[in-house]
Design a protein around this ligand. Structure first.
Ligand code: NAD
Length: 348
């Protein structure tokens, strides 16, 4: 028996990645669509075998509560709408899988967590990288000290965006610019790999003056993080640079790197380590799996087995607390200490 999902928002990610990925899912299926464009929804419904009666719009969304074919809602809307649709979805009695970034602010994240708790529904943030096999391999190597103690991690996520009228450039809908949209991958992947939380961040921010793309949201952010184990991390994200998604972990006796590190597919890894005088350069290979299918099936499994998701709402909140500190540091021009997090039981 597969868990039935309502997919909310039929934009680029839903149409190009999530709906096609459902074909590779073992425990998840699409049973409803929520869209403001009925014509598009009818076409997509036909393509994926969703009955017309299971097409909703943003006004009729709450009526999902009367549809037993839907157990979970996957929210794939602009970031600024995640909180509202999570809260309404939980009130409709459905489990919520919400795209990243979780929301616009830590406060919204807290409201989403509370709403799902009140409704006794599960909340998971769609951090696909945490369900991807190469990243799991690097995490395991770090935790097992395969190449000794990790000293330094570097991560970059850059892309070129070109449309100033897209919601990604509107603060109320995006929350911020490159940092919450793509820089988040650097932040979240490092926290996942290390299993610890930064105690201090230092950020820098720059937007090209007069560029209409960056009237409301930032262009570039770089930041450093200090972790309790002594690991230092150096991260960069950019909205007006050629695409680059890299990740590098430097340890006492070896390094591991990925390029591309955060793409949907085609991930590639290299590692180098020394054994005595001999240096080994390797390119470990793991079978590629669809990250969205892995992520959705994990959530379905949690629903069926009544387990807490690996990336629950608290995980999204933690990232928002750190991103807020990065912005604060950039604004004040000094490091910001991060000692008080909300209670987090996701140290994994
Ligand atoms: P998109 O612009 O392609 O799609 C957004 C959809 O929301 C559109 O269908 C649009 O019509 C709809 N929408 C509803 N209300 C809207 C409003 N008020 N303003 C604008 N659009 C509205 O965006 P996308 O790239 O599909 O991103 C959707 C979500 O998925 C975002 O939260 C984004 O961060 C996330 N995302 C995640 C990944 C990933 O790898 N996990 C990749 C891309 C996007």
């Amino acid at each position: 028996q597969r868990v039935g999902y309502a997919i909310v928002g039929l934009g680029h990610l839903s149409l190009d990645e999530i709906l096609p990925a459902l074909a590779q899912c073992k425990k998840s299926k699409v049973t409803a669509l929520v869209s403001g464009n009925r014509e598009k929804a009818l076409k997509v419904a036909k393509q994926y075998g969703v009955p017309e009666k299971n097409i909703y719009n943003y006004q009729t969304y709450d009526q999902l509560k009367d549809n037993p074919e839907v157990q979970a809602i996957y929210i794939v809307l602009p970031n600024g709408l995640h909180a509202e649709y999570t809260i309404r979805g939980a009130k409709a009695g459905k489990h919520i899988l919400c795209e990243k970034p979780m929301a616009n602010t830590p406060e919204e994240c807290r409201q989403m967590i509370e709403a799902c708790k009140q409704a006794n529904r599960k909340l998971m943030i769609a951090y696909r990288i945490q369900y991807e096999p190469y990243h799991a391999m690097i995490r395991d190597s770090i935790r097992q000290k395969k190449f000794g103690k990790v000293k330094f991690i570097e991560a970059t996520n850059a892309q070129y965006t070109a449309n100033p009228s897209h919601w990604r450039h509107v603060k109320a809908l995006a929350g911020g610019g490159s940092l919450p949209d793509i820089g988040l991958y650097c932040l979240n992947t490092i926290r996942y790999a290390l299993g610890e939380e930064p105690t201090e961040v230092m950020g820098y921010q720059y937007s090209t003056p007069g560029d209409p793309l960056f009237k409301e949201v930032e262009e570039n952010v770089t930041w450093q993080m200090r972790f309790p184990s002594g690991v230092l991390a150096n991260c960069a994200t950019a909205y007006a640079a050629h695409e680059n998604r890299t990740y590098k972990v430097l340890a006492e006796k070896g390094w591991m790197s990925m390029q591309p590190a955060f793409a949907y597919k085609g991930l590639s890894m290299k590692q180098s380590h020394a054994e005595g005088p001999v240096e080994y350069n390797e390119e470990p290979k793991v079978a590629e799996k669809n990250q969205f299918a892995l992520e959705m099936d994990h959530f379905s499994d949690c629903i069926q087995q009544d387990k807490k998701p690996f990336t629950p709402g608290e995980e999204g909140l933690q990232d928002h607390i750190i991103m807020e500190a990065i912005y604060q540091s950039a604004q004040e021009g000094k490091p910001v200490k991060l000692q008080k997090y909300d209670k987090l039981d996701t140290f994994r």
